[in-house]
Design a protein. Sequence first.
Length: 336
Amino acid sequence: MNATSIQQTSPTPVIFRPPLDIRALDISTAILISLGIVSNGIAILVIAFNHKKGNITHGILASMFTASLLYDTVYALPSHFFYIKLSTTAPLFCSLLRGIGLTLMFITTLHHCLICFNRYLSLAYPFKYRLRASFRYATPLIVMVWAAGIITGSAPYYTFRIPSTNRCIVTNLRSLESERIYLNIATGVLYFLPLGIMIISYSHLFYVINNKPKLLSLMRVNTVPQSFLELNKKLIQQTFAILGVYILLWMPYQTIFLIVTTGFGNFHLYNALRVLQLFALSYLVINPLLFMYHISTLRKGNARKNSEKPKPPCNNGHFTPTSTESKRTAIYESNV
């Protein structure tokens, strides 16, 4: 009876070891995981020692880089190189590995949503955004993102896949239908749905910043200077490009992973999953580099704008910001 129970709840790790050139894949995976740990760790340190510790964007990015660092160290590294050993020496942690990976993936995606939401508010409600553009206002949202990811990722462990302290339970074969329903709903709600919302939101922002009548109306209603809109345009373009990199490198892996783990895998999909995993890990390496370059570029742009001498007011009907408005714009730009 016990042997049957173990057989039903302890699948073989064939998903993680498809018959490819294992040595080359393992070396590539080890390099990418190491680079991901280094790049995310450096990015966190750069933000931590930055003089703008209350910056809302920096706070969101630091939280996202922390999730990526944990993904590499707590999930990717053990599941790739210590899975067999963990299944015998630490069966409880082995049972939790898949949930840890899904949790951190959900959290990373939701942080992209926070960045998109931050950009939308900065353009649609500039004055209100300037008054609240501090990490203090972003903290509850960041806490909600982590809570949503942890609650969703851990749901199987108090429902249909109870972890055990004496054997590694990756998938409960007696509740395959529950596994499929959970993975489909969780991935759909916390991964694919947020990606769809972000694509729609960024598309709308692109329409606004590239539509001249809309821009003129925005400047007139909110009395914002042209430099504010130029800064937002550049910012939105760069963050949308970073989101595109995330979709390109991570979505194929996540899609195949969903198919394989819900019981529809075959020999070719197992091989594809292992190769696509390299692209997903490479995203964790380049994501902090892209955002650091993005922030550095914007900081240089802000410094250049602040060094420019203000032009005298003109009476030809064009908008010229007052000293108070210029100060507010400078406050906003310092929160980029």
